[in-house]
Design a protein around this ligand. Sequence first.
Ligand code: UDP
Ligand code: MN
Length: 433
Amino acid sequence: MMSLTVLSLPQRYKRLLQAMSLAVAVVYMTLLLYQSAYGYPGMQLQPQISSNLLDGTEAATTTTTTTKTTTQQQQHVSDQSLPPLPPLHVVAGVAGAASPSPSPSPITPSLIIRKDIHSFNFSDIEVSERSTATLLTELARRSRNGELLHDLSQRAVTATPQPPTTELDDIFISVKTTKNYHDTRLALIIKTWFQLARDQTWFFTDTDDHYYQEKTKGHLINTKCSQGHFRKALCCKMSAELDIFLESGKKWFCHFDDDNYVNVPRLVKLLDEYSPTVDWYLGKPSISSPLEIHLDNKNATTNKKITFWFATGGAGFCLSRALTLKMLPIAGGGKFISIGDKIRFPDDVTMGFIIEHLLKVPLTVVDNFHSHLEPMELIRSETFQDQVSFSYAHMKNQWNVIKVSGFDLQTDPKRFYSLHCRLFPYFSFCPPL
Ligand code: UDP
Ligand code: MN
């Protein structure tokens, strides 16, 4: 106290300066220590590392499987002057599975942490934030280069040594609908199960509809296919569903009709039992023996007879990314429609023809998918939790619907509100328990 008061003015300034330099040194040391331990994921990286990571031309010196895949992928794409492909699911997956264990060097671990963060965010943003219009434009451009896309994606997929657990966000759920069903079927889906998978579900329709575009937060895709329940229109929509799935980079493609109720958590659990890097065609046939069709054979007097199973579209079915990549060269970029034209069968049969007959991948029957070709009332209510899909139909003045207590038949003739409240009782429109 005393000594301070007796200090002269220049001496006081000197002390002040010393104190300030000490403070600066302490802060600087803390920052250095922090950086070497954790890195700065949210801030600018060391210049040569950050720019390489972001433009994807990372040198193969930071050796992981991810690095190599991404590098080849990006370089190959830029050769073709196409925008970089989303690094697919593999980036997050491989980063987790194949990252080397931290080396003793204090620098390497933080590099790996930074790289993983960037790879992961990059893929997420690429996939989820692109608008439908952009997806369609990109698809149109890339479908001309189907082989390239196939090659790149195939490499990326086969690079996954151990598939990570399936999450909802790994699934692309597509629902086929049409203008005349927006107010009835689409509205019902939006109020119920869509709320549990808003970011993952896309509706494929045949008109612009601003009202439902807004209700689905931009998830209504006008395929520009014709309206009507005829083969060409249905195959046109399925073709669009498949192509947009391929562009999405998701691991699983699941198709449903607009009269399906999808039990979202059960769907995720189902797919978690299978690997998206293996060819999987999961669904349920509605006939008891394989379909027999006769193909026109121009070079012979007799027609060729073939048999195959197909999953009923009205029950929903799922395809692994690995399988869809095999389909890409023969059925991608609109070619699905030509195959439908050739065999002259509807979309779900065409799907079975491509997968079972052309690609020789057998249908794996999953009994938990249900179309209204089955009597819905036979599904026992104790098993609702375990069913992946449900449906309804009104035929000959009779409803084919599930037997579930809840809302009265006038309020809920299709029984989907009651089913939804049975599965998810906390929803706002459900009666208090
Ligand atoms: N659908 C369509 N255009 C139509 C009629 C139906 O895209 O003109 C779609 C409909 O939205 C549904 C599927 O095709 O997803 C099957 O239609 P529906 O349930 O009416 O007939 P089903 O084939 O089941 O008897
Ligand atoms: Mn139907």
